[in-house]
Design a protein around this ligand. Structure first.
Ligand code: ATP
Length: 313
């Protein structure tokens, strides 16, 4: 039975070949790559040696198959991924801007993963659950919103902790209802893993340390802020620790945060301390950006530990 459970989109990603390409002009794209933020997360949690499950849906097609094969190879429990007879696997296209920003074009709401709703969750799956991980990107329709709320309820019933990566995509969080749901999850989360601008977006408190402190005084045990190549900050009730990024040459930034979260949750689930788990997750996030494709740079715990020893011993 799974100890780490997540829910949401499993899809393929197709990425622009060159920086500066856009969606309204014909250009070359590369893919398909297995993807979907929850899928990247759970793949990495399993690669770190935890029993991990994803609740999702794919189509009966090659895009579904590439994902199922990858997740199976890496040890993810795929028994709660439905193979839809009616809908195709989701797709995300991504382009990169000169300033490092990205645009996404998602086909998910009407794809197989758009079928997810609260009926996808089986109570027995949650009996051994220790961490229920929520990705903000999974709030793409009413069905997934209800499913996430039910997952939270089941997780809390069985004593699991809620880990939360707001993963705000402007293309998905397109109305205030969705933002309000993100705020609700933030308030219930035991561990928050946010991008730099996301705490401000959700709490409307300008100073990051103040909003982190507010969350720690409320319900959170740890708040982690990810800043790409500028590293990571870990806030706990006891202290604040800045962790430098592991220096690498960035090839493709997509998926780093999901890989970071998968490593972190995968490691604390196995009894690794929060601070060491953040350091291992930082190495994993760095390794993730060295490969083209959102899941291609996922790295197992043995290799992450080897690099950790090199840096910290
Ligand atoms: P995404 O939403 O694309 O998955 P994110 O914004 O949630 O990404 P990032 O801050 O980009 O997350 O990356 C997560 C972590 O991975 C960072 O905190 C850092 O430790 C590591 N990382 C990311 N990019 C780099 C980089 N270029 N060099 C070194 N480390 C990096």
């Amino acid at each position: 039975m799974a100890e780490i459970i997540t829910i949401g989109e499993v899809l393929v990603e197709v990425m622009a070949k060159s920086i500066g390409q856009n969606f309204h002009e014909t250009g070359e794209f590369i893919g398909p790559f297995p993807s979907g933020a929850p899928a990247i997360f759970i793949d990495q949690a399993a690669k770190c040696g935890s029993k991990a499950m994803i609740i999702s849906a794919v189509g009966e097609d090659g895009f579904g198959r590439i994902n199922i094969e990858r997740l199976t190879k890496d040890g993810v429990d795929i028994s709660s991924i439905k193979i839809s007879k009616d809908r195709a696997t989701g797709v995300a296209f991504v382009t990169y801007k000169e300033d490092g920003d990205r645009d996404f074009l998602f086909h998910i709401g009407n794809a197989a993963c758009g079928e997810i709703d609260e009926d996808f969750l089986k109570e027995e799956d949650f009996k051994d659950c220790r961490y229920f991980h929520i990705m903000g990107s999974a709030i793409y329709n009413e069905g997934t919103s209800r499913a996430i709320l039910k997952g939270m309820e089941l997780a809390l019933k069985y004593g699991a902790k809620i880990t939360f990566d707001p993963n705000v995509r402007k293309e998905i969080i397109d109305n205030d209802e969705k933002r309000k749901l993100l705020v609700h999850i933030l308030e219930k989360a035991h561990i928050v893993l946010a991008g730099e601008s996301e705490l401000f977006y959700l709490t409307e408190i300008e100073e990051e340390a103040v909003s982190a402190k507010g969350l720690l005084e409320n319900n959170a045990e740890a708040v982690i802020v990810k800043r790409g190549s500028r590293g990571t900050t870990l806030y706990t009730p006891q202290n604040t620790v800045n962790i430098e990024a592991y220096p690498v040459e960035e090839v493709d930034p997509t998926g780093a945060g999901d890989c970071f979260a998968g490593t972190f949750v995968g490691c604390i689930n196995q009894g690794i301390t929060v601070e060491k788990a953040v350091k291992l997750a930082s190495i994993a996030g760095a390794k993730a950006v060295t490969k083209k494709g959102p899941m291609e740079g996922n790295t197992d715990l043995q290799e992450l530990s080897r690099i950790f020893e090199e840096i910290y011993q």
